[in-house]
Design a protein around this ligand. Structure first.
Ligand code: GLN
Length: 322
């Protein structure tokens, strides 16, 4: 086991070094000043297997915020509480091909519900529907749910939270459209508060890897043997990750990486590698969770170096689900 661990970690270390330079293909998220000013050159990865072994390389001690990765998790939390049917009646599962914060698919195409939970319109709607009588209680439900999955307390990055509030004009506009269409359960400012809070939750690549593993195992944590949510919820979440998880480059990511994944503008990526027992390669045949951090993002909003690194890893270790 020690040998295997060393071999995999060394390999990951090499791939981090191969791909670090790709950070120049992106920049940190300038539209949120607190994200804009972080070191763009960082790159780190953690993978976890079904036995709970972590394989980590590069810049893995940095904490960063969940951003859009939280959209996958609120979808799970809401579905777990009210059932999938309730959620799918209110938000669709159709990709848009537009930017994550676009108003176009919402206002111009006039759907009777937001296209999917991973564009901002769908995500803000989901946040407002979380169980609880007010914004604080709804966010507390979400945070508690995530803390249970991870097994440790979570905190908000206050600087990022304030920075987002100060610059969320577009999200506010979207929320007003949603309110007018009667999709929000709360007032605009309250729904935004939950959304911005969830985006500002601090995590590590290890956390993302564990969350990815639980999704890979259909809601089951193979280490603690706890079943957190249903297979159906995990399945639909992974479908969303494949079709919308990397925003409007999900098709490219599916073709070149082929791992259900969700990214955020902080540069994080959460990947769920389901078991693939017929695979010719030995590594991670029994599935894995992946957490990546590389804060320089491309025009679609995905970690530039992180995406390139995942391409290499998926190819070398035959991780594509397709
Ligand atoms: N908080 C960010 C926003 O709404 C999250 C976006 C993202 O990670 N794509 O703009």
């Amino acid at each position: 086991a020690v040998q295997k661990n060393l071999r995999i970690t060394e390999q990951l270390e090499a791939w981090v070094n191969d791909n670090k330079g790709h950070a120049v293909l992106g920049t940190t998220a300038q539209y949120i000043p607190a994200l804009g000013k972080v070191d763009p050159g960082k790159l780190g990865i953690c993978m976890i297997d079904e036995d709970g072994n972590y394989y980590c390389a590069g810049d893995t001690d940095v904490e960063f915020t969940l951003q859009s990765i939280s959209k996958a998790l609120t979808f799970v939390a809401l579905s777990h509480h009210y059932g999938l049917e309730f959620v799918l009646e209110r938000v669709d599962v159709e990709p848009t091909g537009e930017a994550f914060n676009s108003i176009v698919p919402f206002e111009i195409h006039r759907p009777n519900k937001p296209f999917n939970p991973f564009i901002n319109a769908g995500a803000i709607t989901i946040s407002s529907l979380l169980p609880g009588q007010n914004a604080q209680k709804k966010f507390a439900y979400l945070k508690g749910f995530l803390e249970e999955l991870l097994g440790h307390p979570l905190e908000i990055d206050k600087e990022v939270y304030d920075s987002e509030w100060a610059t969320s004009h577009r999200n506010r506009a979207l929320a007003y459209y949603l309110k007018e269409a009667k999709f929000l359960e709360l007032e605009v400012e309250e729904a935004l508060d939950i959304y911005i809070s969830q985006c500002s939750i601090k995590v590590s690549v290890k956390d993302l890897a564990l969350l990815g593993l639980i999704l890979a195992y259909d809601g089951y944590n193979p280490i603690t043997k706890v079943k957190h949510f249903s297979e159906e919820i995990a399945q639909v979440t992974k479908v969303l990750m494949v079709t919308c998880g990397m925003y409007n480059s999900s098709g490219n990511f599916a073709a070149h990486v082929g791992i259900p994944a969700k990214s955020g503008v902080s540069g994080g990526i959460m990947g769920a590698v389901p078991p693939k027992l017929h695979s010719q390669t030995y590594e991670f045949r029994a599935g894995a969770g992946i957490g990546v951090y590389g804060p320089a993002i491309d025009v679609q909003g995905n970690s530039a170096a992180g995406t390139m690194m995942l391409r290499q890893i998926s190819k070398e270790w035959d991780l594509s689900i397709f």
